[in-house]
Design a protein around this ligand. Structure first.
Ligand SMILES: Nc1ncnc2c1ncn2[C@@H]1O[C@H](COP(=O)(O)OP(=O)(O)OP(=O)(O)O)[C@@H](O)[C@H]1O
Length: 902
């Protein structure tokens, strides 16, 4: 049975009691290694130290005063927007999130951010009814929610005819993909509401062929987890909403299961982890209906195809094909099971509670819905099968250490699937031909080199096929129109700090540094606009530029180069190694000078002491990178003998994947290895699109993303993992704090503190704080601005901590808390006095009553006594008999009453 809800007055009384208790002590948050922060109050202060009594347990701790964080009064508990806290410190932020999460509120605003904590359980937050609750409502009319962010974006798009973006970041398992799906669910639902019978693109598949699997999909993946959000009211609602969705909306939603099958994998942190970043743009026609969609993708973790940790799986599609492929498997020559394939049998094969066969049918259904023809689908699976077969190619060494393929049948299978001649393929792998000077020579590969070549081939095949798949989805969903506007949802991995940070981490952290800078700039612009609107004069740090030195350190190119350009240069240098690259970096930045010019990022760079690597000071933290294998990773090499063979494939699809290599001239044998494109010389490597390094490609993609984002009005969502065990209801505070630091929430708060984060309209300020300045504002009308001016003067506030605008008064962080405290103390005094008077009055009344009663009792007693004495006296008896004939007997007598006649 649910606990009875305390009445509002009881709650108010409790709040008042808490407040009273709070006012009595100087409450603070004390840092604690295990729990992050613990509550306590300062008992006494001595010099720079304070003696704190801990609230839990009552023990004493001596803590430096600077380490203590002021606690917000209890009335700020569970505030919906962290920016409303008057003490904006880490401890208060995390405490507020913890309290809210404890009461089931997983969403909280933090200024411009929406913070979403993964509940790891199904909550009834996403039903149709909730969609309706957020429709056409302002942010402050409902509790914080991802739907409110989507609604805001939708409204802004409609009102201002401006493109919108929703940037969702967080670490693996934090809930980015779920949040992305919720945004798309909301947009699809409201766009359908705008046009209930709307269904564009009737071309592809009729709705009768819709698969039975629900939106947005992966029921069994969620079942495999501790939770299954889509199976709760949220999922159920999708099903009800689905009935009303148009075909295009369904296709957009069904693109997701396809991307998940090819781009997601089971990892130790997440059973359905996206191994790529994506930017999904949903375009809307001027009438509000969905006009199309487009997906851009970033940084696919293609190495997972060949290797991963033992506890993880490769991309889902491999297992789904093996489990559900049926007759298709035969066509693809896939006999046996997962255990027969080298690329699958070395690590985990199943995910708890996930039925790969069911997922296969869901995938097939989604491919049909999106409109991929059977031939196109078969192309995709052929690449998947070819990769599995390549993994099974055995390579051995001769005595001379030359690589050989003892069993050609495996290579034959691969070549059959890829449409290439076996002899050419084998030669390209084992003895590629390269140009040495003017002569063609065949260079034998070692076993290791040949295996690496095959691995690189698989990675490239998978990545290219993934790209082609996304292109096909885009083709099916894209309906470009000059009049349409879009809402883009960016789902990308957040800042990463591992024990060993490699090239991949540098790229993702660089991306996050750029996104954070974008946020900072946006916030700066917004603040600037608000201050300008309010006519406030101020000197403000442009925190939009704060992170530029770190970004320059990584991405600069031109006369002053950054780490990535330096890496590109090293990639084409003969005899360059990871060590020479690292030393070059140290030479350039550790000394602080580069060609006599001080690099803007010098202060952000440090060489590591012991390992081969360097340290970068990111906004989130100092991160140490190890540079092992960076040159290879950046070159992402595949020998041009192989690429040319693939480009000439008789299979149209395979040939199209490698079309850019078709006319690539052969490369000379260089010191870097036979046929490696990056030995071909700087000029050519930079010129041809196909020869771009990973760094170049990523910089280009990122710059295009940033250009798109800059042309939108952004909204920010930060997802948080509450604990490492995927347990519902548990919050590991140090873990959450780390993420708040990394995902920019605390950075956002730091920036907010530089400005005037708390602001109140004049009327509100006067209503709330006039009590502190009695008699200052005369009765009758007074201009709000003038009233505020008088009030702040009387309150003796320093000019530096407030600014008066044209309609609002702005305060630095913490000022309102002090005013609140003063107000509370005053109200406490006033109410204490009022209480005292009221108590005196009731006590006096009570006393008077008691006294009256005492007098009455004495009177009754006296009468009784007199009656007792007279009762038997004959004259009295006569008197009473006669007296009543003339005069009624008095009921009582007074103390001065009759006496017994003598
Ligand atoms: N709002 C939510 N309600 C219920 N469960 C959720 C919610 N958000 C996330 N989850 C659970 O957490 C799991 C991980 O979430 P999700 O896949 O969205 O994380 P992610 O941040 O995208 O991770 P990755 O970067 O690894 O892809 C989901 O499969 C789901 O079980």
């Amino acid at each position: 049975m649910p606990a009875p809800r305390p009445s509002e007055s009881a709650e108010a009384a409790r709040a008042a009691a808490q407040q009273a208790e709070f006012n009595e002590k100087k409450w603070v948050w004390v840092p604690d290694d295990k729990d992050g922060y613990l509550a306590g109050w300062v008992n006494k202060e001595e010099g720079d130290f304070g003696e704190v009594i801990m609230a839990a347990g009552g023990d004493f701790r001596t803590v430096p005063l600077y380490a203590l964080s002021k606690m917000n009064p209890p009335k700020f508990d569970r505030v919906e927007d962290i920016a409303d806290l008057t003490f904006l410190n880490e401890a208060s932020v995390v405490n507020n999130l913890r309290l809210r999460f404890g009461s089931g509120a997983i969403y909280t605003y933090s200024g411009l951010f929406l913070v979403a904590i993964n509940p790891y359980q199904s909550l009834p937050l996403y039903s149709d009814a909730i969609v309706q609750q957020y429709r056409n409502k302002r942010r402050d009319e409902n509790p914080p929610h991802i739907f409110a962010v989507a609604e805001r974006a939708w409204v802004n798009m409609g009102e201002e005819r401006e493109n919108q973006s929703i940037l969702i970041t967080g670490e693996s398992g934090a809930g980015k993909t779920e949040s992305t799906k919720k945004v798309i669910q909301y947009l699809a639902a409201i766009a359908t509401d705008v046009h209930p019978s709307h269904s564009r693109s009737p071309t592809i598949v009729s709705s009768a062929t819709m698969p039975n699997t629900g939106l947005p999909r992966s029921d069994s993946f969620r079942r495999g987890h501790t939770v299954s959000p889509s199976m709760s009211s949220g999922g159920g609602s999708h099903l009800t909403a689905r009935g009303r969705l148009g075909l295009l909306e369904r296709q957009i939603l069904q693109a997701n299961p396809i991307l998940e099958a090819f781009g997601n994998a089971q990892t130790q942190r997440n059973n359905n982890s996206s191994r790529f970043g994506k930017f999904v743009r949903i375009t809307f026609a001027p009438d509000g209906s969905i006009a199309g969609a487009n997906i851009d993708w970033y940084l696919l973790e293609k190495s997972r195809v060949i290797v991963r940790s033992e506890a993880e799986r490769s991309f889902h599609v491999f297992y789904q094909l093996m489990a559900g492929g049926g007759a298709l498997k035969e066509n693809l020559l896939l006999g046996g099971g997962i255990e027969d394939y080298e690329y699958l049998n070395k690590s985990r094969r199943e995910v708890d509670g996930v039925d790969d066969k069911e997922e296969w049918s869901a995938l097939k259904g989604a491919l049909d819905t999106v409109g991929l023809t059977p031939a196109e689908q078969s192309d995709l699976f052929r690449i998947v099968a070819a990769i599995l077969h390549i993994g099974n190619i055995a390579i051995t060494s001769t005595r001379a250490d030359d690589a050989v393929m003892p069993d050609p049948s495996q290579a034959e299978r691969v070549c059959h699937l890829l449409g290439i001649p076996v002899a050419e393929f084998t030669r390209a792998v084992l003895r590629p031909r390269t140009l040495a000077g003017r002569e063609w020579v065949s260079q034998a590969r070692t076993k290791q080199q040949a295996l690496e070549e095959l691995g690189a081939l698989c990675k490239m095949l998978y990545e290219k096929s993934f790209g082609a798949l996304v292109d096909k989805i885009n083709l099916a969903l894209d309906r470009p129109s000059s009049k349409s506007t879009f809402i883009g949802v960016l789902d990308i991995a957040g800042f990463e700090i591992f024990e060993i940070n490699a090239y991949e981490q540098l790229l993702i952290n660089y991306t996050n540094e750029k996104l954070q800078q974008f946020f900072n700039h946006h916030m700066f612009v917004l603040e600037q606009e608000e201050y300008a609107r309010e006519g406030i004069k101020w000197e403000y740090v442009n925190f939009g530029l704060d992170l530029q030195p770190t970004i320059d350190l990584i991405e600069a190119s031109g006369s002053i180069i950054g780490i990535l350009s330096c890496l590109d240069e090293e990639c084409i240098m003969p005899r360059a190694t990871d060590l020479t690259f690292t030393n070059k970096l140290h030479g350039m930045w550790a000394a602080g000078q580069e060609n006599g010019v001080r690099h803007p990022g010098c202060d952000k760079y440090e060489p590591t002491r012991f390992d081969q690597g360097f340290i970068i000071q990111h906004y989130a933290a100092r991160v140490e990178y190890r540079t092992d294998g960076w040159l290879e990773k950046n070159k992402d090499p595949l020998n041009d003998n192989l690429t040319r063979v693939l480009a000439a494939s008789s299979d149209r699809y395979v040939a199209s994947l490698f079309a850019e290599y078709a006319d690539a001239p052969p490369t000379p044998a260089g010191p870097g290895g036979a046929g490696n494109m990056f030995t071909a010389g700087k000029k050519r490597a930079m010129k041809k699109g196909a020869f771009r390094t990973v760094a170049q490609r990523h910089k280009e993609q990122l710059s295009s993303l940033m250009t798109q984002l800059q042309a939108t009005q952004p909204h920010f969502v930060r997802c948080i993992v509450p604990n490492s065990n995927k347990k519902p209801g548990r919050v590991d505070i140090p873990l959450v704090l780390d993420q708040l630091r990394c995902n920019g929430v605390l950075e956002g708060i730091r920036i907010a503190r530089l400005g005037y984060p708390n602001r109140l309209p004049f009327v509100e300020f006067r209503q709330r704080y006039e009590v502190l300045t009695p008699g200052i504002i005369p009765r009758g009308y007074m201009d709000g601005r003038e009233a505020c001016r008088r009030m702040v003067k009387t309150l003796e506030l320093d000019e530096a901590i407030f600014k008066i605008g044209t309609s609002k008064i702005f305060f630095k962080a913490g000022v309102l808390a002090e005013l609140e405290e003063r107000r509370d103390m005053l109200l406490f005094e006033i109410f204490s006095r009022l209480q005292a008077v009221a108590r005196m009055w009731t006590a006096r009344r009570q006393m008077k009553k008691v006294l009256n009663r005492a007098v009455a009792i004495r009177t009754i007693q006296r009468n009784a006594r007199v009656y007792g004495e007279l009762r038997e006296w004959p004259w009295w008896q006569l008197y009473t008999k006669v007296f009543v004939l003339y005069w009624p007997l008095p009921a009582t007598t007074t103390s001065s009453g009759r006496k017994k006649p003598s």
